[in-house]
Design a protein around this ligand. Structure first.
Ligand SMILES: Nc1ncnc2c1ncn2[C@@H]1O[C@H](COP(=O)(O)OP(=O)(O)OP(=O)(O)O)[C@@H](O)[C@H]1O
Ligand SMILES: NC(=[NH2+])NCCC[C@H](N)C(=O)O
Length: 444
């Protein structure tokens, strides 16, 4: 693909340690050394991390041994352990606390990334490999609002990075501008319901920004975790947003990642949102080279966003269950789901509207990622509809473990052995293509 400068993306792809990114090479070979000043700053950062309270995965896994192993390492783009950990050190309330300044960092600093990845992505081992791409058939999903209107809106997004550039904190001013041009050129190929306009952030008027933000369509630079990681250099240079004509397809450029590719609409029609997402991604993939590794799938700035890079979420109103946040969190966690506030990560819940999405993104296919969200939300809706807020207030509702028992039974498994209960399965799944697809695939 030609960029606006007339060079191809291939021309600018760095001749870095591609072998390292394949994850099997040794980071020790040909390694550069950290300069004295960085070693000193790193030592202060490590001591600060020891002294501050916090439950971040960084604090949990950065032992002195690992720190000593990693403190001299430098990647081709100049990233050190300091770049990896500084957000978590400055923000002791981080849940994760690390970012990868470039794709090579996942190998160069694997001693800290691997245990964090395993912990966040629920057991993905250093010896595991992310599965091959499989989007499955979007038509097998239905509308989550089929029983009643609980879901206000559905959003499926993925993070993508371009192979030619380091990640956010190591990007130069020129990188931001060139990357924006690369993405704009690729977006030009989108047509049909995906056709729209790209606007660079500096051209948006304050009232336009406000409106788009209120409609959950736009990002900002107010995230202190990203700020400390060095993700807001040269802001708003190179940042921007693409919107199709009915605001159901959006691309964010150079926010946390090079690209956030988003499909969203009002209501609970997962089929329609996922279909649009898959179509858009296939078109963009024809024109852009994304950063991937055989072991970890797609590589992005935050280790929570690797693998499929997909977060499939609903905005769902739960006036009953929402009264007991602890129970909602516990229930969601059992379905591998994550609960956020109404305006996204680190935000408050307004009027019982929660953002609930899949949590893990590595070790399962794209199809399975969507399925995980879909199945869990179905169960949460069932629970919400079966328990009034009085039941919840009076403690007359099912316990979380009773709910899981019910779920296993309804999904065609008997309660004791985990064996299939044929009668129940036949009743429940007669006309349900999605579940047929799921069972066929699980049984392989
Ligand atoms: N299902 C949804 N319907 C409407 N808006 C949504 C939905 N899910 C998320 N949003 C909105 O998208 C915006 C971005 O949310 P948020 O930053 O939490 O997640 P993200 O873009 O997926 O990235 P990250 O996980 O890196 O934070 C917010 O305005 C949030 O309210
Ligand atoms: N948008 C994200 N990458 N979210 C996940 C982590 C956010 C932040 N760095 C933390 O550790 O809490």
């Amino acid at each position: 693909m030609k960029t606006l400068k007339g060079e191809t993306v291939e021309d600018r792809r760095p001749i870095t340690k591609e072998s390292a990114v394949s994850y099997y090479g040794s980071p020790e070979e040909g390694m550069k050394n950290t300069d004295d000043q960085t070693v000193e700053e790193l030592s202060k950062a490590f001591e600060k991390l020891q002294k501050t309270e916090g439950d971040s995965l960084l604090k949990k896994y950065l032992t002195r041994d690992i720190y000593d192993t990693l403190k001299h390492r430098v990647t081709e783009s100049g990233a050190t352990l300091l770049d990896v950990i500084k957000s978590g050190v400055e923000n002791p309330d981080s849940s994760i606390g690390v970012y990868a300044p470039d794709s090579e960092s996942y190998v160069m600093f694997k001693e800290i990334f691997d245990p964090i990845i395993k912990d966040y992505h629920q057991g993905f081992q250093p010896t595991d490999e992310h599965p091959k791409v499989d989007f499955g058939d979007p038509d097998v999903f239905g509308d989550l609002n089929a029983p009643a209107d609980y879901v206000l809106s559905t959003r499926i997004r993925c993070a993508r990075s371009l192979e030619a550039y380091p990640f956010n904190s190591k990007m130069t001013e020129e990188n931001y501008e060139e990357l924006e041009q690369d993405v704009e050129a690729a977006l030009d190929f989108l047509d049909g319901d995906l056709a729209g306009y790209y606007t660079t952030l500096s051209e948006l008027k304050p009232n336009e920004k406000k409106k788009l933000t209120e409609e959950h369509l736009l990002f900002n630079n107010e995230d202190r975790f990203l700020e400390a990681a060095g993700a807001f250099h040269y802001w708003p240079k190179g940042r921007g947003i693409y919107l199709n004509s009915d605001n159901t397809f959006i691309v964010w450029v150079n926010e946390e990642d090079h690209m956030r590719i988003i499909s969203m609409e009002k209501g609970g029609n997962v089929k329609s949102v996922y279909k649009r997402f898959v179509n858009a991604l296939s078109s963009l993939e024809e024109h852009l080279h994304f950063s991937t590794s055989q072991r970890l799938g797609h590589l992005n700035f935050c280790p929570t966003n690797i693998g499929t890079g997909i977060r499939a979420s609903v905005h769902i109103r739960l006036p009953n269950l929402g009264k007991d946040r602890e129970k909602l969190e516990e229930l969601a966690a059992g379905f591998n789901l994550q609960v956020r506030g109404t305006s996204g990560e680190h935000s408050e819940v307004e009027d019982y509207v929660f953002d609930i999405s899949n949590k893990r993104r590595v070790g399962l296919t794209e199809f399975e990622t969507i399925q995980e969200m879909y199945d869990g939300i179905e169960e949460i809706i069932r629970y919400e509809s079966e328990n009034s807020s009085e039941d919840i207030d009076n403690g007359n509702n099912d316990t979380v473990s009773q709910i899981y028992e019910k779920t296993k039974y309804d999904a065609g498994y008997d309660n004791k052995e985990g064996n299939k209960n044929e009668d129940n399965q036949n009743n429940k799944h007669d006309n349900d293509e999605r579940d047929n697809y799921k069972h066929e695939n699980n049984e392989k």
